[in-house]
Write a protein that binds this ligand. Structure first.
Ligand code: KIV
Length: 271
């Protein structure tokens, strides 16, 4: 694909137009300059600076420990790399649940200090005031419903959400609310495919699924999972396109052998 011959920025309006004409939206996580350059060159529509950086980059068990300063650091690195994709940044746990004022201040810091284009918040009705206040400052907001990893201690497991009627009905109500107050899109994580279909058909704004099946208007994965950099993570929804853990390990082992044996550097690799 020749996306960089004529670089046209992806905006929230472009995503809306994609939904209208039935074109699927691609989203992947990005946390650093080098990987974000590759994702952008490959034509990914949206790069999510996800709080999954807490797991993938920092090695925490959950997304809860990552801080606003750390999210801004990751987002700034991504912004420096990207020419085309829309860049969305997760508001970290603790920066929007308790106070809409803190939510707004946090979103403004992300936009001002990183140069990103939008923020994402997990939840529905319970964070309505925070979303409204951020939107009132002109900052685009992406919602996130279903399995919301910042609530993992409430859920207790990373199992599929909203299988029961009550929770599914609540999710539909929340999705309608997020659209009504002005979110430009929403992630639907790990819910039944039939529910994703129902929500996506009800909404005029795009849905982006992860473990939500084929009917979402777009798909998102954690890049390190797709590339097989993460190990021993094989949920049903994940398609791994490479096994980079093993490839990189093999290359590094070869380098170690070459140095130890005196094979590297050779005469041509010195001055
Ligand atoms: O933080 C993240 O990577 C996410 C995606 C899984 C949607 O929120």
């Amino acid at each position: 694909m020749s996306v960089h011959k004529e670089v046209k920025r992806v905006t929230v309006h472009v995503l809306q137009a994609m939904k209208s004409r039935g074109e699927k939206i691609t989203m992947l996580t990005g946390y650093d300059y080098s990987m974000a350059r590759i994702l952008d060159a490959a034509g990914v529509d949206v790069i999510l600076v996800g709080d999954s950086a807490s797991n993938v980059m920092a090695g925490h068990e959950t997304t809860l420990p990552i801080t606003l300063d750390q999210m801004i650091y990751h987002a700034s690195s991504v912004v420096r790399a990207v020419k085309r994709a829309l860049i969305v940044v997760d508001l970290p746990f603790g920066n929007y649940q308790g106070s809409s004022r803190i939510a707004l201040e946090s979103a403004i810091r992300i936009m001002k200090e990183s140069g990103a284009h939008a923020v994402k918040l997990e939840g529905g009705k319970e964070i309505e005031e925070s979303i409204k206040r951020i939107l009132s400052a002109g900052i685009p907001v992406m919602g996130h419903l279903g399995l919301t990893p910042q609530s993992i201690y409430k859920f207790g497991t990373y199992q599929v959400r909203a299988k029961e009627k009550d929770e599914a009905n609540r999710l539909i109500k929340d999705a309608m609310l997020l659209q009504k107050i002005g979110c430009f899109a929403m992630v639907l994580e790990k819910i039944p495919a039939a529910l994703t279909k129902e929500v996506s058909e009800c909404l005029s704004i795009p849905t982006i699924g992860i473990g939500g099946g084929m009917h979402a208007d777009g798909q998102v994965l954690v890049t390190h999972d797709l590339l097989g950099i993460t190990k021993d993570f094989h949920p049903r929804f994940l398609r791994r396109y490479l096994e980079l853990f093993d490839s990189i390990k093999g290359a590094v082992e070869q380098y170690c052998d070459d140095v130890k044996s005196g094979d590297f550097p050779n005469e041509k690799e010195q001055y």
